[in-house]
Design a protein around this ligand. Structure first.
Ligand code: FEO
Length: 388
Protein backbone atom coordinates (compact mmCIF):
# COMPACT_ATOMS: atom_id res chain seq x y z
CA UNK A 1 0.00 0.00 0.00
CA UNK A 2 1.35 3.40 -1.04
CA UNK A 3 0.53 6.16 1.47
CA UNK A 4 0.59 9.85 0.58
CA UNK A 5 2.63 12.11 2.87
CA UNK A 6 2.21 15.28 0.84
CA UNK A 7 1.58 15.89 -2.83
CA UNK A 8 4.13 13.86 -4.85
CA UNK A 9 5.81 12.40 -1.78
CA UNK A 10 4.71 8.94 -0.60
CA UNK A 11 5.56 6.21 1.86
CA UNK A 12 6.22 2.75 0.50
CA UNK A 13 7.60 -0.17 2.44
CA UNK A 14 6.76 -2.90 4.86
CA UNK A 15 5.44 -3.02 8.41
CA UNK A 16 7.03 -6.18 9.82
CA UNK A 17 4.62 -6.90 12.66
CA UNK A 18 6.03 -10.26 13.68
CA UNK A 19 9.80 -9.82 13.54
CA UNK A 20 11.20 -10.37 17.02
CA UNK A 21 14.98 -10.21 16.51
CA UNK A 22 17.29 -7.94 14.55
CA UNK A 23 20.86 -8.87 13.69
CA UNK A 24 20.02 -12.16 15.43
CA UNK A 25 20.38 -10.62 18.91
CA UNK A 26 18.50 -7.30 19.20
CA UNK A 27 15.00 -7.94 20.63
CA UNK A 28 12.12 -6.32 18.72
CA UNK A 29 9.17 -6.55 21.15
CA UNK A 30 7.09 -4.28 18.92
CA UNK A 31 8.25 -5.46 15.48
CA UNK A 32 9.68 -2.93 13.05
CA UNK A 33 9.18 -1.39 9.62
CA UNK A 34 11.36 -0.84 6.58
CA UNK A 35 10.32 2.50 5.13
CA UNK A 36 11.02 3.50 1.54
CA UNK A 37 9.83 6.77 0.04
CA UNK A 38 8.83 7.88 -3.44
CA UNK A 39 9.47 11.49 -4.50
CA UNK A 40 7.96 12.45 -7.85
CA UNK A 41 9.19 15.61 -9.56
CA UNK A 42 7.87 17.00 -12.81
CA UNK A 43 10.78 15.44 -14.68
CA UNK A 44 12.26 12.67 -12.59
CA UNK A 45 11.14 10.13 -9.99
CA UNK A 46 13.30 8.99 -7.10
CA UNK A 47 12.85 6.00 -4.82
CA UNK A 48 14.58 6.47 -1.47
CA UNK A 49 15.82 3.12 -0.11
CA UNK A 50 14.25 -0.32 -0.48
CA UNK A 51 13.25 -2.98 2.06
CA UNK A 52 14.56 -6.11 3.72
CA UNK A 53 15.02 -8.77 1.02
CA UNK A 54 12.71 -11.18 2.85
CA UNK A 55 9.89 -8.69 2.15
CA UNK A 56 10.80 -7.68 -1.40
CA UNK A 57 7.54 -8.88 -2.96
CA UNK A 58 5.61 -6.26 -1.00
CA UNK A 59 7.75 -3.40 -2.30
CA UNK A 60 7.66 -4.72 -5.86
CA UNK A 61 3.86 -4.91 -5.72
CA UNK A 62 3.73 -1.30 -4.46
CA UNK A 63 5.84 -0.30 -7.47
CA UNK A 64 3.51 -1.95 -9.99
CA UNK A 65 1.85 1.40 -10.80
CA UNK A 66 5.11 3.36 -10.85
CA UNK A 67 6.09 3.49 -14.52
CA UNK A 68 9.67 4.63 -14.05
CA UNK A 69 12.33 5.20 -11.44
CA UNK A 70 15.15 7.53 -12.47
CA UNK A 71 17.08 7.52 -9.22
CA UNK A 72 17.35 4.99 -6.46
CA UNK A 73 18.75 6.90 -3.48
CA UNK A 74 20.64 4.55 -1.16
CA UNK A 75 21.29 6.03 2.26
CA UNK A 76 22.82 2.97 3.85
CA UNK A 77 24.17 -0.36 2.62
CA UNK A 78 22.78 -2.55 5.41
CA UNK A 79 20.53 -5.21 3.97
CA UNK A 80 17.29 -4.16 5.69
CA UNK A 81 17.26 -1.13 3.36
CA UNK A 82 19.48 -2.17 0.49
CA UNK A 83 18.58 -5.85 0.12
CA UNK A 84 15.98 -5.30 -2.60
CA UNK A 85 18.12 -2.98 -4.74
CA UNK A 86 19.00 -5.66 -7.31
CA UNK A 87 15.29 -6.39 -7.86
CA UNK A 88 14.44 -2.70 -8.26
CA UNK A 89 17.32 -2.18 -10.69
CA UNK A 90 16.16 -5.19 -12.70
CA UNK A 91 12.61 -3.82 -12.88
CA UNK A 92 13.85 -0.35 -13.89
CA UNK A 93 16.83 -0.77 -16.25
CA UNK A 94 17.26 3.03 -16.57
CA UNK A 95 17.44 3.64 -12.81
CA UNK A 96 20.70 4.94 -11.38
CA UNK A 97 21.73 4.46 -7.76
CA UNK A 98 22.75 7.68 -5.97
CA UNK A 99 24.88 7.08 -2.91
CA UNK A 100 28.15 7.92 -1.14
CA UNK A 101 31.48 6.71 -2.49
CA UNK A 102 31.93 4.53 0.59
CA UNK A 103 28.49 2.98 0.14
CA UNK A 104 29.27 2.19 -3.49
CA UNK A 105 32.06 -0.11 -2.42
CA UNK A 106 30.00 -1.72 0.30
CA UNK A 107 27.02 -2.28 -1.98
CA UNK A 108 29.11 -4.01 -4.60
CA UNK A 109 30.65 -6.25 -1.94
CA UNK A 110 27.29 -7.17 -0.44
CA UNK A 111 25.13 -7.77 -3.51
CA UNK A 112 25.26 -8.10 -7.29
CA UNK A 113 25.23 -4.50 -8.59
CA UNK A 114 27.21 -3.34 -11.62
CA UNK A 115 29.38 -0.28 -10.89
CA UNK A 116 27.99 1.58 -13.91
CA UNK A 117 24.56 1.57 -12.25
CA UNK A 118 25.92 3.64 -9.33
CA UNK A 119 26.61 7.40 -9.29
CA UNK A 120 28.30 8.74 -6.19
CA UNK A 121 27.17 12.01 -4.63
CA UNK A 122 29.18 14.46 -2.55
CA UNK A 123 28.20 15.87 0.79
CA UNK A 124 25.80 18.78 0.14
CA UNK A 125 25.24 17.88 -3.52
CA UNK A 126 21.76 18.43 -4.91
CA UNK A 127 19.75 16.67 -7.58
CA UNK A 128 16.64 18.26 -9.07
CA UNK A 129 13.66 16.10 -9.95
CA UNK A 130 11.74 19.12 -11.29
CA UNK A 131 10.12 21.13 -8.50
CA UNK A 132 11.60 18.73 -5.93
CA UNK A 133 15.24 19.12 -4.95
CA UNK A 134 17.09 16.40 -3.06
CA UNK A 135 20.10 17.51 -1.00
CA UNK A 136 22.38 14.71 0.17
CA UNK A 137 24.11 15.08 3.51
CA UNK A 138 26.82 12.62 4.44
CA UNK A 139 26.31 11.49 8.04
CA UNK A 140 28.77 8.70 8.79
CA UNK A 141 28.03 6.36 11.70
CA UNK A 142 24.26 6.66 11.74
CA UNK A 143 24.62 3.68 11.46
CA UNK A 144 27.57 2.56 9.29
CA UNK A 145 30.48 4.70 8.06
CA UNK A 146 28.90 5.13 4.61
CA UNK A 147 25.53 6.48 5.72
CA UNK A 148 23.91 9.63 4.34
CA UNK A 149 20.53 11.33 4.69
CA UNK A 150 18.45 13.33 2.20
CA UNK A 151 16.77 16.69 2.68
CA UNK A 152 13.87 17.54 0.38
CA UNK A 153 14.34 21.27 0.14
CA UNK A 154 10.93 22.49 -1.06
CA UNK A 155 9.01 20.50 1.56
CA UNK A 156 11.63 20.59 4.36
CA UNK A 157 11.47 16.81 4.87
CA UNK A 158 14.52 15.04 6.22
CA UNK A 159 14.76 11.40 5.14
CA UNK A 160 17.00 10.26 7.93
CA UNK A 161 17.40 6.50 7.33
CA UNK A 162 18.36 4.74 10.61
CA UNK A 163 19.07 8.09 12.32
CA UNK A 164 16.20 9.10 14.69
CA UNK A 165 14.27 5.94 13.81
CA UNK A 166 12.49 3.37 15.95
CA UNK A 167 11.88 -0.35 15.72
CA UNK A 168 8.10 -0.12 15.89
CA UNK A 169 5.42 -1.77 13.81
CA UNK A 170 2.38 0.48 13.68
CA UNK A 171 -0.42 1.30 11.27
CA UNK A 172 0.11 4.99 12.08
CA UNK A 173 1.96 6.81 9.32
CA UNK A 174 2.91 9.58 11.77
CA UNK A 175 3.74 9.53 15.46
CA UNK A 176 0.48 9.32 17.41
CA UNK A 177 1.49 7.79 20.75
CA UNK A 178 4.57 9.83 21.62
CA UNK A 179 5.31 7.80 24.78
CA UNK A 180 5.36 4.55 22.83
CA UNK A 181 7.58 6.00 20.11
CA UNK A 182 9.91 7.59 22.68
CA UNK A 183 10.53 4.16 24.26
CA UNK A 184 11.03 2.47 20.88
CA UNK A 185 13.32 5.25 19.63
CA UNK A 186 15.37 5.18 22.83
CA UNK A 187 15.73 1.41 22.53
CA UNK A 188 16.81 1.89 18.92
CA UNK A 189 19.32 4.57 19.88
CA UNK A 190 20.68 2.42 22.75
CA UNK A 191 21.20 -0.68 20.67
CA UNK A 192 22.25 0.81 17.35
CA UNK A 193 23.51 4.38 17.76
CA UNK A 194 24.97 4.74 21.26
CA UNK A 195 28.47 3.52 20.33
CA UNK A 196 28.72 6.48 17.92
CA UNK A 197 27.23 9.17 20.15
CA UNK A 198 30.13 11.62 19.86
CA UNK A 199 29.87 11.65 16.08
CA UNK A 200 26.09 11.86 16.25
CA UNK A 201 26.40 15.06 18.31
CA UNK A 202 28.07 16.72 15.31
CA UNK A 203 25.24 15.62 13.04
CA UNK A 204 22.73 17.05 15.52
CA UNK A 205 24.51 20.40 15.36
CA UNK A 206 24.09 20.31 11.61
CA UNK A 207 20.39 19.53 11.92
CA UNK A 208 20.08 22.46 14.32
CA UNK A 209 21.01 24.81 11.48
CA UNK A 210 18.32 23.42 9.19
CA UNK A 211 14.60 24.12 8.86
CA UNK A 212 13.04 20.67 9.27
CA UNK A 213 9.27 20.30 9.12
CA UNK A 214 9.22 16.52 9.13
CA UNK A 215 11.62 13.64 9.76
CA UNK A 216 10.93 10.49 7.76
CA UNK A 217 13.14 7.68 9.07
CA UNK A 218 13.63 4.21 7.61
CA UNK A 219 12.19 2.48 10.69
CA UNK A 220 9.06 3.44 12.62
CA UNK A 221 6.55 6.24 12.11
CA UNK A 222 7.24 9.66 10.58
CA UNK A 223 7.81 12.62 12.93
CA UNK A 224 5.50 15.40 11.71
CA UNK A 225 6.69 17.62 14.56
CA UNK A 226 10.25 16.43 14.97
CA UNK A 227 11.71 18.82 17.56
CA UNK A 228 11.13 16.42 20.46
CA UNK A 229 13.02 13.50 18.95
CA UNK A 230 15.95 15.76 18.00
CA UNK A 231 15.96 17.16 21.57
CA UNK A 232 15.82 13.61 22.98
CA UNK A 233 18.87 12.69 20.90
CA UNK A 234 20.69 15.76 22.23
CA UNK A 235 19.99 14.54 25.75
CA UNK A 236 20.94 10.91 25.07
CA UNK A 237 24.19 11.80 23.29
CA UNK A 238 25.27 14.37 25.91
CA UNK A 239 28.13 13.63 28.31
CA UNK A 240 26.29 14.21 31.58
CA UNK A 241 24.81 11.03 33.09
CA UNK A 242 21.85 11.03 35.45
CA UNK A 243 21.62 10.03 39.13
CA UNK A 244 20.89 6.43 38.17
CA UNK A 245 22.42 3.02 38.88
CA UNK A 246 21.96 0.00 36.63
CA UNK A 247 22.38 -3.46 38.20
CA UNK A 248 22.52 -6.33 35.71
CA UNK A 249 22.76 -9.53 37.75
CA UNK A 250 22.01 -13.18 38.01
CA UNK A 251 21.77 -15.47 41.01
CA UNK A 252 22.16 -19.25 41.14
CA UNK A 253 21.33 -20.10 44.75
CA UNK A 254 20.01 -16.79 46.07
CA UNK A 255 23.06 -15.10 47.65
CA UNK A 256 23.65 -12.62 44.85
CA UNK A 257 19.90 -11.90 44.65
CA UNK A 258 19.90 -11.03 48.39
CA UNK A 259 22.87 -8.73 47.88
CA UNK A 260 21.20 -6.99 44.94
CA UNK A 261 17.97 -6.52 46.90
CA UNK A 262 19.93 -4.97 49.76
CA UNK A 263 21.85 -2.75 47.36
CA UNK A 264 18.66 -1.56 45.66
CA UNK A 265 17.15 -0.56 49.02
CA UNK A 266 20.32 1.18 50.15
CA UNK A 267 20.56 3.22 46.94
CA UNK A 268 16.86 4.09 46.89
CA UNK A 269 17.22 5.35 50.49
CA UNK A 270 19.83 7.78 49.19
CA UNK A 271 17.52 9.16 46.52
CA UNK A 272 19.12 7.31 43.62
CA UNK A 273 17.08 5.82 40.81
CA UNK A 274 17.97 2.12 40.55
CA UNK A 275 17.25 -0.27 37.70
CA UNK A 276 18.01 -3.93 38.51
CA UNK A 277 17.86 -6.46 35.67
CA UNK A 278 17.72 -10.19 36.43
CA UNK A 279 19.51 -11.51 33.35
CA UNK A 280 17.66 -14.80 33.58
CA UNK A 281 14.46 -13.07 32.45
CA UNK A 282 15.28 -9.56 31.27
CA UNK A 283 14.84 -8.18 27.78
CA UNK A 284 18.41 -7.15 26.97
CA UNK A 285 17.03 -4.11 25.13
CA UNK A 286 15.60 -2.77 28.40
CA UNK A 287 19.08 -3.00 29.90
CA UNK A 288 20.49 -1.13 26.90
CA UNK A 289 17.88 1.63 27.37
CA UNK A 290 18.82 1.98 31.06
CA UNK A 291 22.49 2.33 30.11
CA UNK A 292 21.75 5.46 28.04
CA UNK A 293 21.43 7.67 31.14
CA UNK A 294 23.02 5.82 34.07
CA UNK A 295 26.06 7.14 35.92
CA UNK A 296 26.96 3.82 37.56
CA UNK A 297 26.81 0.14 36.73
CA UNK A 298 26.95 -2.45 39.52
CA UNK A 299 27.37 -5.93 38.07
CA UNK A 300 25.98 -8.74 40.22
CA UNK A 301 27.32 -12.23 39.65
CA UNK A 302 27.76 -15.58 41.30
CA UNK A 303 30.95 -17.48 40.51
CA UNK A 304 30.91 -20.23 37.89
CA UNK A 305 34.14 -22.09 37.10
CA UNK A 306 36.04 -19.33 38.93
CA UNK A 307 34.61 -16.57 36.73
CA UNK A 308 31.35 -14.65 36.22
CA UNK A 309 28.16 -16.41 35.20
CA UNK A 310 27.96 -16.71 31.36
CA UNK A 311 24.85 -14.48 31.19
CA UNK A 312 26.70 -11.79 33.14
CA UNK A 313 29.68 -12.21 30.82
CA UNK A 314 27.37 -11.58 27.84
CA UNK A 315 25.65 -8.54 29.37
CA UNK A 316 28.98 -7.01 30.40
CA UNK A 317 30.43 -7.51 26.92
CA UNK A 318 27.33 -5.86 25.47
CA UNK A 319 27.59 -2.88 27.83
CA UNK A 320 31.23 -2.47 26.84
CA UNK A 321 30.43 -2.51 23.13
CA UNK A 322 27.58 0.02 23.48
CA UNK A 323 29.98 2.55 25.10
CA UNK A 324 27.45 4.31 27.37
CA UNK A 325 28.39 7.45 29.33
CA UNK A 326 28.87 5.56 32.62
CA UNK A 327 31.31 7.13 35.09
CA UNK A 328 31.51 4.50 37.84
CA UNK A 329 31.40 0.71 38.09
CA UNK A 330 31.51 -1.98 40.73
CA UNK A 331 30.91 -5.70 41.12
CA UNK A 332 28.98 -7.54 43.83
CA UNK A 333 28.31 -11.25 44.21
CA UNK A 334 29.27 -14.48 45.83
CA UNK A 335 31.38 -17.61 45.47
CA UNK A 336 31.58 -21.07 46.97
CA UNK A 337 35.29 -21.46 47.69
CA UNK A 338 37.18 -18.98 45.47
CA UNK A 339 36.64 -16.48 42.63
CA UNK A 340 38.29 -14.46 39.89
CA UNK A 341 34.98 -12.97 38.75
CA UNK A 342 35.96 -9.36 39.45
CA UNK A 343 39.24 -9.51 37.53
CA UNK A 344 37.59 -11.20 34.59
CA UNK A 345 34.71 -8.71 34.48
CA UNK A 346 37.04 -5.72 34.66
CA UNK A 347 38.94 -7.18 31.73
CA UNK A 348 35.72 -7.10 29.71
CA UNK A 349 35.10 -3.34 29.92
CA UNK A 350 38.08 -1.52 28.39
CA UNK A 351 35.73 0.81 26.45
CA UNK A 352 34.02 2.07 29.60
CA UNK A 353 35.94 5.00 30.99
CA UNK A 354 34.79 4.28 34.53
CA UNK A 355 36.23 4.64 38.00
CA UNK A 356 36.07 1.29 39.77
CA UNK A 357 34.47 1.44 43.22
CA UNK A 358 35.45 -1.26 45.75
CA UNK A 359 33.74 -4.55 44.76
CA UNK A 360 31.93 -6.69 47.33
CA UNK A 361 32.48 -10.41 46.67
CA UNK A 362 31.48 -12.68 49.54
CA UNK A 363 31.80 -16.35 50.40
CA UNK A 364 28.41 -18.07 50.65
CA UNK A 365 25.34 -16.32 52.01
CA UNK A 366 25.56 -12.62 52.97
CA UNK A 367 26.06 -11.96 56.70
CA UNK A 368 25.98 -8.73 58.69
CA UNK A 369 29.49 -7.66 57.73
CA UNK A 370 28.70 -8.30 54.05
CA UNK A 371 25.56 -6.15 54.20
CA UNK A 372 27.62 -3.41 55.85
CA UNK A 373 30.10 -3.61 52.96
CA UNK A 374 27.19 -3.14 50.56
CA UNK A 375 26.02 -0.11 52.55
CA UNK A 376 29.53 1.33 52.25
CA UNK A 377 29.44 0.80 48.50
CA UNK A 378 26.05 2.53 48.31
CA UNK A 379 27.54 5.45 50.32
CA UNK A 380 30.47 5.66 47.91
CA UNK A 381 28.14 5.68 44.91
CA UNK A 382 25.95 8.41 46.44
CA UNK A 383 29.03 10.53 47.16
CA UNK A 384 30.28 10.13 43.60
CA UNK A 385 26.87 10.99 42.20
CA UNK A 386 26.89 14.27 44.09
CA UNK A 387 29.78 15.31 41.80
CA UNK A 388 27.83 14.70 38.58
FE1 FEO B 1 18.18 -0.17 9.47
FE2 FEO B 1 21.53 -0.06 9.87
O1 FEO B 1 19.97 -0.60 9.10
Amino acid sequence: MKRTIIDQVSWLGVVDWNRRLFDSFVPLPDGTSYNAYLVEGTEKIALLDTVDPAQKDILLSQLEDVPKIDYLVVHHAEQDHSGTIPDVLEKYPEAVVLTTAKAKGLLMEHMPIQPERIRTVEDGETVSLGGKTLRFLHMPWVHWPETMVTYLEEDKILFSCDFLGSHLATSDLYVVDKGQVFEAAKRYYAEIMMPFRKMIRKHLERLGEMDIAMVAPSHGPIYDSPDWIIDAYRDWTGDKPKNEVVIPYISMHGSTAKMVAHMVSALVDKGITVRPFDLEVTDIGKLAIALVDAATIVIGTPTVHAGPHPNVFYATHLANSLRPKLKFASVIGSYGWGTQAVERLIGLIPNLKVELLDPVMIKGDPGEADLKALDDLADAIAEKHRTL
